[in-house]
Write a protein of this length. Structure first.
Length: 252
């Protein structure tokens, strides 16, 4: 179920409680039958060859209650106010700190901060000219020597789009592991192959986002078609398939 479909169904609950929840909190209240197990999307048997992975068929509230007897290590950082790096550089490593300052300088806190982004503590600085340890989080420094049974990334704080790596070997390994061990689940691969056999090859395909979606405002269909043209897709084939969640709208 897509978020924009389920939000309307929960609007009465939000109205009664008076809460405007963060994105992660919305997922907390999903009933189990509306959730899709990770094992239905990712082939966990293949991934477990790299790192043992177990699927917990429950929603977030049930998960926390079931495993509350374990020791939990809480990790909470707001991506708006800092960055993750593979390891925090030494104080004398000016080149790496220069790169960190450059990244942080580009960060700007939106005003006002959206409710779904008001997570963890927002006291960290975003001014790249004055970098402190509060605004740089090292994966190895903070996560590698933990002794708790479980590391809990609280308040949706793992919702981040970018990790910065200084070590070339780490980057190459991450790419190798991603390509080798992260595969779609067998059922998805089977369905995908059935689609490929049905539509034939070669083909062009694009996804057109709903124009009433916050991230799709101002991005019409011609935007995607221009991208195809720029990549000389028509030289491959003139067959074009369009995936979209637009409802009864003319895409031509």
């Amino acid at each position: 179920m897509a978020p924009h479909q389920s939000d309307a169904q929960k609007s009465e609950w939000y109205h009664k409680t008076g809460i405007t929840p963060a994105g992660y909190f919305k997922r907390d209240v999903y009933p189990r039958d509306k959730l899709l197990p990770l094992s239905k999307v990712i082939d966990l048997k293949v991934l477990s060859k790299l790192l043992p992975v177990k699927d917990f068929p429950s929603n977030h509230v049930e998960f926390v209650d079931k495993y509350k007897h374990l020791t939990w290590g809480r990790v909470c950082h707001n991506e708006l106010v800092g960055i993750w790096v593979d390891a925090i550089p030494g104080k004398t490593d000016e080149e790496k700190w220069k790169l960190i300052r450059r990244v942080l300088t580009k960060k700007r806190l939106p005003s006002p901060i959206p409710s779904w982004k008001q997570i963890c503590e927002l006291k960290q600085i975003t001014d790249g000219s004055n970098v402190s340890s509060d605004s740089v989080w090292g994966i190895k420094d903070e996560l590698s020597n933990r002794t708790e049974d479980m590391l809990y990334f609280a308040e949706g704080s793992l919702f981040t789009r970018t990790f910065h790596f200084f070590d070339k070997k780490t980057v190459l390994n991450a790419h190798k592991w991603t390509m080798r061990f992260i595969h779609f689940a067998p059922d998805i691969r089977k369905r995908g192959m059935n689609v490929l056999e049905a539509i034939g090859r070669p083909f062009n395909a694009i996804h057109v986002r709903r124009t009433d979606h916050p991230k799709g405002i101002g991005v019409n269909q011609s935007f995607w078609l221009k991208h195809l043209k720029a990549r000389k897709a028509l030289h491959l084939t003139k067959t074009l398939y369009i995936a979209t969640d637009e409802k009864k709208r003319n895409l031509v």
